[in-house]
Design a binder for this molecule. Structure first.
Ligand SMILES: *[C@@H]1O[C@H](CO)[C@@H](O)[C@H](O)[C@H]1NC(C)=O
Ligand SMILES: *[C@@H]1O[C@H](CO)[C@@H](O)[C@H](O)[C@H]1NC(C)=O
Ligand SMILES: *[C@@H]1O[C@H](CO)[C@@H](O)[C@H](O)[C@H]1NC(C)=O
Ligand SMILES: *[C@@H]1O[C@H](CO)[C@@H](O)[C@H](O)[C@H]1NC(C)=O
Ligand SMILES: *[C@@H]1O[C@H](CO)[C@@H](O)[C@H](O)[C@H]1NC(C)=O
Ligand SMILES: *[C@@H]1O[C@H](CO)[C@@H](O)[C@H](O)[C@H]1NC(C)=O
Ligand SMILES: *[C@@H]1O[C@H](CO)[C@@H](O)[C@H](O)[C@H]1NC(C)=O
Ligand SMILES: *[C@@H]1O[C@H](CO)[C@@H](O)[C@H](O)[C@H]1NC(C)=O
Length: 582
């Protein structure tokens, strides 16, 4: 107490500054100051600012906490002097100076901590808003755009409702979370949480300078790798992602101000959403990210895919194989996978669709917000350095494009909530169906896929041949059924891009469902693939004799006008082996 009076006495030499009054206020003006023991309280009574000590510590900090739940638990949401802890606050004051700075000063009027500003106002005040935002502003100006400084631009480890986490491209200010060192020490820790706009914006957790986990790009509904909320609006908060020329940010808002929720970056690199449960008078863990091992950044390397319920978790994407099989076997997956058939830019390519995945690292990607998926394919196919493309916004069908160049890293399978990506492949790798995204290494499938491709190509020639002869009879005991075009059109939703499961030099492949429920794969032959008919004629007949239709389950064909299609039975996941060996 004595020292407080001492300070008061000291300061009164220069001006008659009273200590903040005992009645609750949310403001510090230039005529007041606060010392240890004093607080200011936001107008709705939700937040309080003052000196505190972390649990199990005696060092003192200026911070903001939830006032109403303080009797149950001290929940610090912001810390001012996290790098300058105080051991003796007896002569320390927090006060507002002109031109508009809030400063923590010692008895020698030396600054321990302060806000900064490039502007000045007539009558500066510090106000604790009911959102938990501490702002420096002119007493008579409530316009947020004119705030001199606000704690929401300099958060510590907590993302509060209505705080914009991200980057303002006009001011250059990046708002990110920086974890505490440990539960009892607000000193900056090792982990930080960013909405990183490099390439296309993504949510990232960094450990030092290195990325430790990635939420992925925003897909119009959520972060690509985030768990899907059961509804887009939960019952306690709403969230939004904004990305335009001025800024990129993620924020959330409470639906009912009496139901509290916050996001915290823990000192060991987890993002936790906590909700206050009044019944138990405690915070409950609502969400914890990273979810599992597969959220470890780039665990399976380039073109690797992490599947949490398989052992080992890492595999290569279908049509890729480990770059270094020896290392891969020991669980050293970081060097990733390579194509079984390398891409030769002088040869013909197609795109293979991989479904149900978390979109890969986008820090080197390009985007277009308005293009259609078909437009994305065209753009990507004209530039051999475009490795893959996907839809940008899936909130209302497919809209916009993401284009990747270089290797694709940090992919995981997300059953039921993943997205589609179309990866550039050598034409020989595009086959009637590959519904599985990844394969374990060294299976017989490589052989069987080549066989399948050969059969498809021969099948094509076969039908040219047949058509020429105006006859579908191949052998005495082998009639190939003809399908009506209208039937196939219906089965494939009018050849919708959503039904497209692959694409080759000879044309796209669609998945379809016949009216009786049978799943089919439809290969729609493009007109450019008509060469070499005569050379293959004999071999086609030979294959037709050999295959007994069962090998690839060719159900029939459809030849009508310009359209030529081969109809196969849709091959479910990994069943090819059993067709061949079963
Ligand atoms: C403070 O730490 C003790 C011991 O670690 C713990 O039991 C208690 O719950 C903590 N209190 C708060 C408010 O975190
Ligand atoms: C705290 O600082 C005051 C004045 O600066 C001094 O008188 C007092 O002895 C100090 N207390 C401790 C415990 O160091
Ligand atoms: C303390 O320092 C601030 C600037 O750092 C200055 O404006 C103020 O007049 C000083 N007060 C005293 C009492 O020296
Ligand atoms: C205030 O300080 C922060 C962090 O030290 C810095 O990034 C920012 O540019 C400063 N602002 C002004 C107006 O000086
Ligand atoms: C907000 O939540 C409180 C506590 O659950 C409840 O009493 C109140 O009716 C709710 N208000 C609204 C507008 O839903
Ligand atoms: C993108 O991420 C990769 C892998 O973490 C890294 O090597 C590369 O430097 C990053 N590129 C940019 C532009 O940040
Ligand atoms: C996106 O694509 C559309 C249509 O192709 C084009 O008009 C537009 O300029 C593109 N936007 C950007 C930013 O490249
Ligand atoms: C092809 O794509 C790469 C990577 O996206 C880009 O740098 C390059 O400019 C593109 N080339 C052309 C001709 O568009």
């Amino acid at each position: 107490m004595e020292s407080k009076y001492f300070i008061l006495f000291l300061l009164s030499f220069y001006s008659f500054i009273p200590k903040i009054s005992s009645t609750t206020t949310n403001v510090i003006n230039t005529n007041q100051f606060i010392t240890d023991g004093d607080t200011i309280v936001s107008s709705g009574g939700t937040f309080e600012l003052g000196f505190f000590s972390p649990n199990g510590s005696t060092t003192r900090y200026i911070g903001i906490w939830y006032k109403q739940i303080l009797p149950y638990v001290q929940t610090i949401v912001w810390v001012a002097n996290r790098e300058k802890p105080l051991t003796n606050t007896s002569s320390v004051v927090l006060k507002v100076n002109k031109p508009g700075i809030l400063a923590l000063l010692n008895d020698k009027n030396e600054t321990i901590w302060s806000t900064n500003t490039s502007r000045s106002v007539q009558n500066p005040v510090a106000v604790l808003l009911d959102s938990g935002n501490l702002v420096l502003k002119d007493a008579n100006d409530d316009n947020p755009e004119n705030f001199l400084w606000q704690s929401f631009n300099f958060p510590t480890d907590t993302h509060l409702p209505d705080m914009k986490l991200g980057k303002n491209f006009k001011t250059g200010i990046e708002v990110y979370l920086l974890a505490w060192k440990n539960d009892n020490d607000p000193t900056p820790g090792e982990y930080s949480l960013h909405i990183d706009p490099t390439g296309y914006p993504q949510g990232l957790i960094r450990h030092g300078a290195r990325v430790s986990a990635r939420a992925g790009p925003w897909n119009g509904l959520r972060w690509s790798g985030a768990p899907a909320p059961l509804q887009t609006q939960t019952s306690i908060y709403t969230f939004q992602f904004v990305f335009n020329e001025e800024e990129v940010y993620y924020s959330f808002s409470l639906i009912n101000n009496s139901l509290l929720t916050r996001l915290v970056l823990t000192n060991n690199g987890y993002i936790q959403r906590l909700t206050w449960v009044d019944r138990t008078k405690s915070w409950h863990l609502y969400l914890n990210i990273p979810l599992d091992t597969c959220d470890t950044y780039s665990l399976c390397g380039a073109y690797g895919s992490c599947v949490i319920d398989s052992s080992p978790v890492c595999g290569c994407l279908d049509k890729f194989e480990p770059k270094y099989p020896q290392n891969w076997q020991t669980g050293d997956w970081s060097q990733g996978c390579v194509r079984k058939t390398p891409i030769d830019c002088n040869k013909e390519h197609g795109f293979l669709k991989y479904s149900g995945i978390k979109l890969p690292e986008t820090n080197n990607s390009q985007y277009n917000k308005t293009m259609t998926l078909e437009g994305c394919r065209q753009v990507c196919s004209t530039n051999c350095s475009c490795t893959a493309y996907s839809s940008l916004d899936i909130s209302n069908g497919d809209k916009g494009c993401l284009f990747w160049s270089g290797e694709l890293i940090d992919i995981r399978e997300l059953s039921g909530r993943g997205q589609d990506i179309y990866i550039r492949m050598d034409s020989s790798d595009i086959v009637s169906q590959a519904s599985s995204n990844r394969k374990k290494t060294g299976t017989v499938l490589a052989v069987s896929f080549s066989l399948l491709v050969a059969v498809i190509l021969l099948g094509l020639i076969l039908f040219m041949y047949i058509r020429k002869k105006k006859k579908l009879k191949l052998k005495e005991d082998f009639e190939l059924p003809q399908f009506q075009l209208s039937l196939i059109t219906r089965a494939t939703n009018n050849f919708s891009v959503n039904n497209q499961i692959g694409e080759g030099g000879y044309g796209p492949v669609y998945k379809g469902v016949l009216e009786e429920g049978q799943e089919i794969a439809v290969k729609r032959l493009s007109r450019t693939s008509m060469q070499g008919i005569d050379e293959f004629k004999n071999e086609v007949t030979y294959i037709a004799k050999l295959q007994h239709r069962n090998l690839v389950r060719l159900l029939g064909c459809c030849i009508q006008g310009e359209e030529k299609m081969l109809i196969y039975e849709y091959m479910p996941n990994k069943s090819l082996d059993s067709y061949i060996f079963g």
